[in-house]
Write a new protein. Structure first.
Length: 85
């Protein structure tokens, strides 16, 4: 149970930092911000394992998680904003 709460807390912090670093205004709620941070951490871990930076079961670094969360936020903005004119 503690691991899940820790994941949510770190996901929230990473998501908030990514939203602060990414220019523009995203209308994202609390839960989507947490999911953004968790997704960034997960993606950073997967890419880091593929590049040999991390071993299996080892979490991604905080900076890598924020960078990937910003990248996901960029993609989210492109996908969401792509249909508007």
């Amino acid at each position: 149970m503690g691991g899940i709460l820790w994941t949510i807390a770190v996901g929230f912090v990473v998501g908030v930092i990514a939203k602060l670093l990414h220019p523009g205004k995203e209308n994202m709620g609390f839960i989507v911000t947490i999911l953004l941070g968790i997704g960034g951490s997960f993606a950073a871990g997967m890419i880091g394992q593929a590049l040999g930076w991390y071993r299996a079961g080892e979490g991604a670094g905080f900076i890598g998680s924020v960078v990937m969360a910003v990248a996901l936020l960029f993609v989210y903005g492109k996908v969401r904003g792509g249909g508007e004119q």
